[in-house]
Design a protein around this ligand. Structure first.
Ligand SMILES: NC(=O)c1ccc[n+]([C@@H]2O[C@H](COP(=O)([O-])OP(=O)(O)OC[C@H]3O[C@@H](n4cnc5c(N)ncnc54)[C@H](OP(=O)(O)O)[C@@H]3O)[C@@H](O)[C@H]2O)c1
Length: 264
């Protein structure tokens, strides 16, 4: 299936590794030019080279901390200056600090708000004029299954990411006549450094489990009995970015091997 992505330009944030990297790789494989941003310049450059190796379009790496408004303005301005247009934005960031309500202080709440919600507001503000100019656009937010079923011990994700879903639904209505779609994708447990950290994989291995046993223990309550591959997130995001997905907007879809038990 030709996804109509050749000649399109995509920004993928938080893309030096993990889910962001997988989304950028998949979009590039389908012919889009990609601009990746994250804080660690060395890791970002390494990832850009990997993407270049499989890409038919251009690849740019622009150091970006999504909590800094000027960095967001800069990556959008650099994209349009260097590549002449903008069609797709994958709005991703690091995860908020894990913890229960009583473990987290005011500063950590503000940090999560800036990292996972205000970054989205700032990005959308910058990109909408360029998407309108392109005649259509795709905004895809990476959130978490916490927006469908709160996760124990991740109160910041449970609370702050719901704000992204409310914002996205509002935007999907307000931007519909501009042919700009706005959707959210929820990773369940995808095998990345974040999941290794949240589920303490290294501690399980130090306690005597093999790597395979440690990963299987984290996957026990997933109906498919395995963790997801970042490429499986990349595939969903790339489909939502495609021309075939032009009529899909305001949705929140999980990639989770059946983990979420809610009906919707
Ligand atoms: N993996 C899962 O199963 C899962 C499940 C639910 C939700 N999520 C969420 O999905 C998102 C991506 O997770 P992941 O699993 O891919 O994590 P990961 O492998 O730890 O990667 C995180 C990425 O975010 C970047 N990043 C962190 N803080 C940033 C900032 N302030 N500005 C710009 N980039 C930043 C990191 O790059 P630099 O260090 O270079 O900045 C890195 O590229 C996170 O919000 C995570 O909470 C993941």
């Amino acid at each position: 299936m030709d996804l109509g992505l050749k000649g399109k330009v995509a920004i993928v944030l938080a893309a030096s590794k993990g889910i962001g990297r997988a989304c950028a790789l998949e979009l590039a494989r389908e012919g889009a030019s990609v601009v990746i941003g994250s804080r660690d310049q060395e890791a970002l450059t390494r990832t850009a080279r990997e993407i270049e190796a499989i890409s038919q379009g251009r690849v740019l790496a622009v150091p970006t901390d999504v909590t800094r408004a000027e960095d967001i303005r800069n990556i959008v301005a650099t994209t349009v200056r260097e590549l002449g247009r903008l069609d797709i934005v994958v709005n991703n960031a690091g995860g908020p600090k894990p913890g229960t309500f009583e473990m987290l202080d005011e500063e950590q709440w503000v940090a999560a708000f800036e990292l996972n919600l205000l970054s989205t507001v700032r990005l959308v503000r910058e990109v909408v004029p360029h998407l309108r100019k392109a005649g259509e656009g795709r905004i895809i937010n990476i959130v978490s299954t916490s927006v469908k079923q709160p996760i124990d011990g991740l109160v910041l994700s449970n609370a702050v990411r719901s704000g992204v879903v409310g914002l996205a639904k509002t935007l999907s209505v307000e931007l519909a006549e501009d042919n700009i779609t706005v959707n959210n994708v929820c990773p369940g447990r995808i095998l990345t450094d974040r999941v290794r950290q949240v589920y303490r994989i290294e501690e399980r291995i130090s306690a005597g489990m093999s790597e395979e046993e440690a990963l299987a223990s984290v996957a026990r309550d997933i109906p498919m009995k395995r963790l997801g591959d970042p490429a499986e997130m990349g595939a969903m995001v790339t489909f939502l970015a495609s021309r075939q997905a032009a009529y899909i907007t305001g949705t929140t879809i999980q990639v989770d091997g059946g983990l979420v038990r809610s009906l919707l």
